[in-house]
Design a protein around this ligand. Sequence first.
Ligand SMILES: *[C@@H]1O[C@H](CO)[C@@H](O)[C@H](O)[C@H]1NC(C)=O
Length: 222
Amino acid sequence: MICTSSLFSALLLAASTIATPLTSGGCSTEKALLTLPDGQDKLAKQTGPPSFALLGAGVQNYTCGADGKYAAAGAVADLYDISCLGGTSKFSTVQDEAYGLLKDGKASCISSKLHLDPSGKHFFTPTASGTAPVWDMRAVGPKGVQGKTGAYVLAAKVANLPAPSGTGDVDWLQLKNVEGLLAKDIYRTETRGGQPPASCAVGSGPISVIYTSKYFLFGSTV
Ligand SMILES: *[C@@H]1O[C@H](CO)[C@@H](O)[C@H](O)[C@H]1NC(C)=O
């Protein structure tokens, strides 16, 4: 299949990860900044660059309730380091390009076509009170982070902002650390897709809706 990693790209990847970056995978995050819309007061501003600037590409899951409406039921996404796009025009469009690839069924092309290093997984995990979102770089992450036992963050939602880009895009979010060393504060912004249809046939099965977003992780102590 096209775009699954070849030995050649694996070798290139190995070569390109030898230089040790400041924080994120390949580059300093100094120019890979979180931007929030002017005038909004839902999500707290952050001063300074994030510890990690990431692209998320995956699905938001929903189950159909007895009221005929979809309810959120977790998500699963691959994370990619976008720190090297900071300060370039590609930084503002990377979620659109990745969304286009997802829509065309080419999720496996995101890394090679957009020149982004895979940098973790986002998923939901069971907790005492339900499920919680996790960002995890223990198995796949930047040099110096991958393999560390604390290289994950399990988080709880603090606030949400309806996506400024439109009702088809999932909300922007601010979350806070509950467990793990990867971040103290987490933001999901610049979302594309991920919203369910307005209604469902009661008794119908779960659905997965493709989405992309940026994720900004602040305050890592990994
Ligand atoms: C979401 O759905 C995908 C299949 O589309 C599945 O692989 C994943 O485990 C689901 N995640 C959750 C949290 O339900």
